[in-house]
Design a protein around this ligand. Structure first.
Ligand SMILES: [Zn+2]
Length: 150
């Protein structure tokens, strides 16, 4: 995207070019539909979103979507995180995100959001001082629940 995309074809309400560049990303490598989706997500959410350093096109990521400007990693301030964490995945899906990861790091929440082709949702958590993440399902296939109950 470029600076004009913040005003046309639509206005980005909650994020600036400077804020995106502060993650380490070059603006032209970030696709504008990602920022538009993120802006819609932020509007529904109603609380501040922090763009993580190296959370857009730069940094090391498992998902290729970061490298093509279609993914963003965000965090919430501890005192100001979304009131209904359970509704978060649905809010993200409603604005078009397909890859949705929610992380609980013992003191705060963070998220991966992407506009890749494949629907993938996951939850990861770890204790405050723990290094490894534990992984679980964010949206559950009820058949898996039946298997687990056997
Ligand atoms: Zn990510």
């Amino acid at each position: 995207m470029n600076r004009r995309d913040f005003w046309w074809p639509r206005r980005v309400r909650f994020f600036s070019a400077e804020e995106i560049e502060a993650t380490g990303a070059k603006l032209r490598r970030v696709q504008r539909r990602l920022v538009y989706a993120l802006d819609d997500f932020r509007a529904i959410l109603g609380c501040p979103v922090i763009l993580l350093h190296n959370g857009m096109t730069t940094g090391e990521h498992a998902s290729y979507t970061h490298g093509i400007g279609l993914a963003v990693d965000i965090a919430f301030r501890e005192a100001n995180h979304p009131k209904n964490m359970r509704a978060l995945p649905m809010m993200a899906a409603a604005v078009g995100f397909r890859g949705i990861g929610v992380y609980w790091g013992g003191t705060g929440y963070s998220m991966h959001l992407d506009l890749g082709m494949v629907f993938r949702q996951w939850a990861r958590w770890r204790h405050h001082r723990e290094k490894e993440w534990h992984e679980g399902a964010l949206i559950v296939d009820p058949k898996d629940l039946e298997m687990a109950a056997r």
